[in-house]
Design a protein around this ligand. Structure first.
Ligand code: GUN
Length: 284
């Protein structure tokens, strides 16, 4: 029987702490940390994420703004919006929800966000810092995973860590954070030969590929810690992760559920980054 890592509980505790620091910040400075979220188009999953981000901001006492732009928005219009927010001193964090509609160049948009307001840590400057281990902002999902491991007293040092998925948002920065915590890290992807042979070596297995119930019990070592970053919707409408919970849980020593695992931690780390951005803006 695995320990079920309760992301909701860890997120709630962390958010209470962020709310306290936010109140102290407002007391000292006379204004709130502010986050602007831009969503382009009507992707239903993105709409849910953005709604949750706004709600989370309100819970901890931030100022927040959501800008809903139509799917036909042009590069110039989106860059114009970012330019306005760049110069808005109520806004300390700017987040453009991804994915963007195909005709918009994500890299060019991310590059237009000033690194000090890039609370997703997607800008080239911030991704470079992640590589060096000199963070301004920790990337939200990987940082949420590290926080969960720390909370559960799971030491990464010297462990075999396997990350499935090599996205810029999760897989690559996840591998870096595990490496900086002295894990021995392997990144697997769609071209990995004999994936199960690699994943069975993992003491800590992080799965971020976006395929429902992909990792099954036979791919996991007895006693492994399994972190499921996936968020997929089954045909019957139910949410499910990338890990087949029923077959993996009996083998794991600890496992995150979906929903209620990594998801709430990602938004919590976004709040942490926004507070950091506000604090650093005062120092200037
Ligand atoms: N889409 C999926 N995850 C994320 C995220 O962490 N940030 C942004 N901006 N878009 C996303």
């Amino acid at each position: 029987m695995a320990k079920i890592i309760d992301g909701k509980k860890i997120a709630a505790e962390t958010r209470r702490n962020i709310a306290e620091r936010t109140a102290a910040f407002e007391n000292t400075n006379g204004f709130k940390p502010g986050l602007a979220v831009i969503i382009v188009g009507e992707d239903p999953a993105s709409q849910v994420y953005v709604r949750n981000k706004k709600k989370a901001c309100e819970e901890v006492g931030f100022y927040s703004q959501v800008y809903e732009m139509p799917a036909e928005t042009t590069m110039d219009e989106l860059l114009g919006k970012i330019d306005t927010l760049k110069n808005d001193n109520r806004i300390h964090g700017i987040l453009v929800q991804l994915p963007l509609p195909k005709h918009l160049d994500e890299q060019e948009i991310i590059a237009a966000i000033p690194p000090e307001k890039d609370v997703d840590a997607f800008h080239l400057i911030n991704t470079g810092k992640i590589m060096l281990g000199e963070y301004s902002f920790l990337p939200c999902t990987p940082a949420g995973v590290m926080k969960m491991l720390e909370y559960e007293g799971i030491d990464v040092s010297g462990k075999d860590c396997v990350v499935i998925g090599r996205s810029n948002i999760v897989g690559k920065p996840m591998a870096m954070l595990l490496l900086h915590a002295n894990g021995t890290v392997t990144i697997c992807h769609s071209r990995t030969r004999d994936l199960a042979e690699v994943t069975r070596r993992a003491d800590i297995l992080v799965v971020a590929i976006g395929k429902a119930d992909f990792v099954t019990g036979d791919m996991v070592k007895e006693g492994a810690v399994v972190i499921d970053v996936g968020m997929n919707r089954r045909a019957d409408g139910k949410l499910t992760g990338d890990v087949d919970f029923a077959s993996v849980e009996p083998k794991a020593s600890a496992i995150t559920p979906v929903p209620g695992g990594v998801g709430p931690m990602t938004i919590t780390m976004l709040l942490e980054n926004t507070l950091t951005a506000a604090v650093e803006s005062v120092g200037k």
